[in-house]
Design a protein around this ligand. Sequence first.
Ligand code: TRP
Length: 429
Amino acid sequence: MSLLRFLTGITTSGTPHLGNYVGSIRPSVQASLRADVESFYFLADYHALIKIDEPARVQRSTLEIAASWLAAGLNPERVTFYRQSDIPEIPELTWLLTCVTGKGLLNRAHAYKASVDKNTAAGQDPDADVTAGLFMYPVLMGADILMFNAHKVPVGRDQVQHIEMARDMGNSFNHRYGQHFVLPEAVIDDAVALLPGVDGRKMSKSYDNHIPMFAPREQLRKSIAGIVTDSRAPGAPKDTEGSALFQIYQAFASAEETAALRQAYADGIAWGDAKQILFERIDREIAPMREAYLGYINHPEKVEAILLAGAAKARAISQPLMTQLRHAVGLRKLSEQGETKAAKLTKVARPAFKQYRESDGQFYFKLIDASGHLLLQSQGFASPKEAATSMAQLRSEGVTAWCARHSGWLMPGSTADAAQAALQPLNDA
Ligand code: TRP
């Protein structure tokens, strides 16, 4: 069984709100528990710089979002959990992708187009106050995704276009330089993708209509009291259709609880009572996480250590891939032959293990098949001896068990069966 790779990021530009929780944090924690899924979650702090020029706010938001994810139950042992700016290969890949991305594609990005339309409507220069960062946003996001060869990217509906652009970029690159990238797909949970804010529009930092995820209880109550409703009096039947209050409730409640509130609407529940029900329901879910959250917020050094360990795990993948990509595009040592690595490896008539040391000082090995395709890749080990032990385990336990222990990864396009088949002649030898 080959593992499905899920990847998603949150821009570190604000305090996490219930929209982030329902749309991203909660489903990603749930997905990370699936046995067939390998998850990559990260704090998109390079993306934050596009919108924010207050250093302290970027730093604070990074801490708050990391703490929220951890408090919501993300297990950093199981998930590769990291900060985007700890992975220098991401900006490096951004440049390689920039060079295969049509400017016209970026012109069509919704976020950029919205700025241009606004300027045009105001009679200003179309690009007034538009940074090149905003324009390049989708390429940086493409690099985030392609760097780890993610299959599935859980996002809100507003981000789907970016995933399609990442596919385009991966495709253009593969077309020019050979198969290096998996083409990712967006995953949208329709039930929860767009949580409305207190004004009924999508809950968003930029609309200032959000409910903070870890507000103290009383503040949570106040935020919920601020949800806009119509002016129907107590006793008058209410519409669930278009009711932000109802939609938010639905994102937290079970099917039975939702049905009960639907009935209460029909029976003419007073808005104040409906808000109380919503408040209690949300608080029931969030309250147990608050303590853990504050524990992390008050000990940023703990979060820092977790993120650095995550970055080391992530770079065990991004560094070797970047080496491969640099070679593919011609950024090579002058003494190296012009032929591609893949072509060179084709001369190896048998599958083989390759052991090597990366610039991070750790020891790695990988398995290639007879025609030089990379099948799997180990994690980094502190010593050659540990790498050798893991290699022996791979041989004796088999690919599936070895991968399940997070000793390494199947490469995109490869399957456990293919890797197992390649091991056979090595075991026989
Ligand atoms: N742009 C996303 C947002 O604001 C955050 C993000 C950055 C992201 N890189 C990503 C999401 C890669 C998924 C995959 O919501």
